[in-house]
Design a protein around this ligand. Structure first.
Ligand code: CDP
Ligand code: CDP
Length: 229
């Protein structure tokens, strides 16, 4: 059967990775979480003191880029890919609020984007890939056969993310999660290099009032129509 490229973009916590993972599993495609790569660079930058309190030393970051190696390894037991930074499993460490607060400042830097986009394009060159992020349909795979732009209201997104963090044992306040997401969305959509925007040929999908299963069934049916066309 024909293999396609599926690009999923949208603001924070709009359910991109949830749908991307399920689609990849159903179609037997590779799932790539491009946000995890920006988060891994941020983790590195925090460890090395290259970023603190949202202030990035751009020069030091650019100098350190050749030292940063990001990879994904599928974990059979867990049923998903884990993220590695220079051989260290950082899957959990990159999901904290501290990383979320800083990542958009790292993702603004063009040299970081160039390095990661190149790797993302390499990972998707054989097609049969589902990738989610901010610039997948506009920059990484502008020729993707299927492009989705996910949306949901800011309040429901923050509520979902808050629940996720609490379930993981992080001590956070709902207001802080909402504020941090809104700040990140603003930086992501107004930066100069590859700002988050809907590609002209992307289908907008609002899941504010939709559960994960209903959303999955609809989007899978849409993907199958494109594959079989
Ligand atoms: O899961 P969530 O939507 O909150 O974020 P993510 O996908 O893990 O992405 C984290 C951050 O990385 C985003 O807020 C962007 O600043 C950056 N990012 C990007 O610039 N381009 C991408 N293709 C993916 C993520
Ligand atoms: O990848 P992104 O940041 O866009 O979002 P996600 O991590 O896939 O989803 C954020 C949270 O919303 C997760 O806890 C999902 O389980 C939840 N979610 C939901 O409750 N209903 C949906 N229709 C989609 C996602």
């Amino acid at each position: 059967m024909k293999k396609i490229t599926i690009a999923i973009d949208g603001f924070s916590s709009t359910g991109k990775s949830t749908i991307a993972k399920k689609l990849a599993q159903a179609l037997n495609y590779v799932y790539v979480d491009s946000g995890a790569m920006y988060r891994a660079v941020t983790y590195f930058a925090i460890q090395k003191g290259i970023i603190s309190n949202g202030e990035v030393s751009i020069e030091d970051l650019i100098k350190a880029l050749p030292e940063i190696q990001i990879s994904f390894k599928y974990n059979e037991d867990l049923g998903f890919s884990e993220t590695y930074l220079n051989g260290e499993n950082v899957t959990k460490a990159i999901r904290t609020m501290d990383i979320s607060r800083n990542v958009s400042r790292i993702a603004e830097v063009s040299e970081v984007r160039q390095k990661l986009v190149e790797q993302q394009q390499e990972m998707g060159k054989e097609k049969g890939v589902v990738m989610d992020g901010r610039d997948i349909g506009t920059v990484v795979f502008p020729d993707a056969e299927m492009k989705l732009f996910m949306t949901a209201t800011p309040a429901i997104r923050a509520k979902r993310r808050y629940k996720e963090l609490i379930d993981r044992g992080e001590e956070v306040q709902y207001e802080d999660v909402l504020e941090s997401e809104q700040r990140r969305d603003l930086i992501d959509s107004t930066r100069e290099d590859s700002p988050l925007k809907r590609a002209a040929d992307a289908i907008e999908f609002d899941n504010t009032d939709m559960g994960i299963e209903e959303q999955f069934e609809r989007i899978l049916a849409f993907a199958k129509r494109i594959i079989e066309a």
